[in-house]
Design a binder for this molecule. Structure first.
Ligand code: S3P
Length: 196
């Protein structure tokens, strides 16, 4: 299995929480690429998008991932921003840089998780929701997430591994997902000739 590990998936799919838990199990460092963006450019991803728009953000985000990939350490778990794999050739680049895991949830689950984890840092979700018709915020968000995920899934599904989330939303979901990925990595270490 090529290292580092990249966790990818839609906003609120748990990349950061799962990444931290997974890194702890492995004893490796964890890097949240949204936080790295903020450290490098001195501005949160949300503020950057609100100030300059999505396209300039994607260029900076790409440069940030490439900069970190130059570091001479392999044993790292990265959580990417939700839109990163779906821009230009980013998914192909990620696949060459390491091993990618897509945390897959349904639009219904993601909508619930978005409201639980918070929208403030996510202008893409707020703008998307506001552009939809519907009586409640939850209905408008669900309409947006359905459309948006349908556009993004062709990129996400190119990941080396797809990790389907449990059907029922529960506090322990992220821990369960981290444990599954950890076991996959461990079984691969025991049997390195296996594919991927
Ligand atoms: C984005 C997701 C965000 C952040 C930015 C854009 C997206 O990261 O990179 O607001 O386009 O899906 P999270 O997936 O951590 O929310």
């Amino acid at each position: 299995m090529e290292l580092p590990i990249y966790l990818i998936g839609y906003m609120a799919s748990g990349k950061t929480t799962v990444g931290k838990l997974l890194a702890k199990k492995l004893g490796w460092p964890f890097v949240d690429l949204d936080n790295a963006f903020e450290e490098i450019y001195g501005c949160t991803t949300g503020d950057y998008i609100r100030e300059y728009g999505l396209e300039p953000f994607r260029h900076k985000e790409k440069a940030c991932v490439e900069k970190l990939a130059e570091l001479p350490i392999q044993k790292v778990v990265y959580a990417t921003g939700g839109g990163y794999p779906c821009w230009e050739d980013n998914m192909e680049c990620l696949k060459e840089l390491g091993t990618s895991f897509y945390l897959r949830w349904t639009p219904e689950q993601l909508t619930k998780r978005l409201f639980i984890s918070g929208l403030t840092a996510r202008p893409v979700a707020i703008d998307g929701m506001n552009a939809q018709e519907g009586d409640t915020e939850e209905e408008r968000m669900l309409t947006f997430v359905r459309k948006h995920l349908a556009e993004r899934k062709e990129y996400y599904e190119q990941a080396h591994y797809i990790i389907d989330a449990p059907e029922q939303l529960h506090e322990s979901n992220d821990e369960e997902i981290a444990e599954r990925i950890y076991r996959l990595i461990q079984s691969h270490r025991r049997n390195p000739s296996a594919k991927k």
